[in-house]
Ligand binder design. Structure first.
Ligand SMILES: [Zn+2]
Length: 324
């Protein structure tokens, strides 16, 4: 029977033989999919979030999308054991409540787990989306087998997730692992995500790369276009890109010193620039991190692509990270 407070407390391994309906609530896109215990997606559907229409409409859209995902999967509802939900924080994973996510204006204390349990008559679990993505990469993606791993997703903002001794680290209320808010310059740029100054996110997010390009005198363009211009050798773009590399290496060096992970997995749209970003960042972290942590940390791209949010929301239900 559904419980309004089960939250992330769904036991490890519960429903592991069945399927999970996974829901991902993003600021621009909603996604849903049916995922099995091996991390395979049997359906994957996406639509715009339309957050301006308010919480009730967005949740109705989300739940309708979930029903469509099950219909398109070919999986019978009776084999769908639970619902996993990923969303940006801050949230309370234990009580299943979204507190006030900055990407969802006007959402305050939304009991999304209770609402999903009521809607689907199944247990549901809520997890920070970046933490869920870390679980997905660890269980099914680039991090399989790693005992100590950190994950960063670098896109509109910068999210993070941490695996310690093979287990997902969540923090006291499920908001731990905000690696995008490691400070790289305490008098630096204002961070849109948290309001402080000089966060990693304020330099390496796609939003920041585009902003810094304009400030440097370039015409308005996306982060991907800045990367392309830097590859072409356009001098201003090269400067903006070099600063991005330096900031990411600076933040990652602190993270590597803190956790001494054997693996750093980098995902999100900005990392599509591939070795243009990763190669110099690897070299700098190796050079700057304290020995032997710098040498121990392998820095690799994420492998699950656009589906990581949905697979992550399911991974959390499958109990996920332990044992790889
Ligand atoms: Zn911040």
């Amino acid at each position: 029977m559904a419980s309004a407070t089960s939250g992330a407390a769904i036991d490890d391994g519960a429903d592991a033989s069945g399927f999970v309906l996974a829901l991902d609530i993003g600021g621009t896109k909603l996604a849903a999919g049916v995922v099995d215990a091996a991390g395979n997606t049997h359906s994957f559907v996406v639509e715009p979030s339309r957050t301006e229409l308010g919480v009730d409409t967005v949740l109705a859209d989300l739940f309708a999308l979930g029903r469509r995902a099950v219909a398109e999967s070919g999986v019978s509802w009776t084999d769908v054991g639970a619902v996993g939900i990923g969303c940006g924080g801050p949230l309370d994973a234990k009580s299943g409540v979204l507190l006030a996510p900055p990407h969802l204006a006007g959402w305050h204390d939304v009991p999304v787990v209770a609402l999903a349990e009521q809607e689907f008559d199944r247990r549901a679990a809520l997890e920070n989306d970046a933490t869920a993505a870390a679980a997905a990469e660890h269980r099914y993606g680039a991090g399989v087998g790693a005992s100590n791993m950190v994950y960063l997703t670098i896109s509109t903002g910068v999210g993070g997730g941490i695996v310690i001794d093979g287990q997902l680290y969540r923090g006291a209320t499920g908001n731990g692992g905000e690696l995008g808010h490691v400070t790289v310059d305490w008098h630096g740029r204002r961070c849109r995500g948290c309001g402080r100054r000089g966060c990693l996110e304020a330099y390496v997010s796609g939003t920041s790369i585009a902003e810094r390009a304009i400030e440097a005198g370039m015409p308005p363009m996306t982060a991907a276009e800045v990367a392309a211009a830097a590859r072409e050798g356009e001098r201003t773009a090269v400067r903006v890109w070099d600063e991005t590399v330096e900031a990411l290496a600076c933040g990652l060096t602190s993270i590597v010193n803190l956790f001494e992970p054997e693996l750093v997995v980098l995902g999100g749209g900005v990392t599509r620039s591939g070795d243009q970003l990763l190669a110099p960042v690897r070299a700098l972290v190796r050079e700057q991190a304290m020995a032997p942590a710098g040498g121990a940390a392998e820095i690799v791209p994420a492998s699950l692509g656009d589906r990581v949010g949905v697979v992550g929301a399911a991974a959390v239900v499958f109990g996920a990270v332990r044992g790889g």
